[in-house]
Design a protein around this ligand. Structure first.
Ligand SMILES: [Fe+2]
Length: 138
């Protein structure tokens, strides 16, 4: 089951970022699919959270490096959104590892966040980088 699918609408025009978003979608789909069946299975859930957090960290670091290198003016706000995503991931992890019922709003938040973040903030960043001559994906 796919919770979220990458479409050309998600392209931010920077190839490395688009590639990482596709990979992030794949990991997030797998995460949500498995997480739904692993409630209370602390070992498996820990690995699952670690994989998603590690990839999110790698991806956010790539974007942050691009924003820093190019002097992107909205970098702080952009980074604050990344921090919110990681906070919510921690909230979900604590809830699931302690065997509490999964609050359906948390997975929904992760999906909505990633979709909106890419379509608004990442595209804004991509347009800025493209204007400076960063390789475009199209
Ligand atoms: Fe971002």
């Amino acid at each position: 089951m796919s919770y979220i699918s990458w479409t050309p609408d998600h392209s931010v025009g920077v190839e490395i970022v688009d590639q990482q978003h596709k990979q992030l979608f794949t990991i997030l789909n797998r995460f949500l699919e498995i997480a739904a069946h692993e409630r209370g299975n602390v070992g498996n859930l820990s690995v699952l959270f670690e994989n998603l957090r590690n990839y999110a960290d790698t991806h956010f670091a790539t974007e942050d490096e691009l924003m820093r290198a190019r002097g992107y003016p909205n970098r702080e706000r952009h980074e604050a959104e990344h921090a919110i995503f990681l906070d919510k991931l921690s909230e979900l992890e604590v809830g699931m590892l302690t065997g509490m019922a999964i609050d359906e709003r948390v997975p929904a938040f992760l999906l909505q966040w990633i979709n909106k973040h890419i379509l608004v903030e990442d595209k804004r960043m991509g347009a800025f980088l493209a204007a400076q001559g960063e390789d475009r994906a199209d």
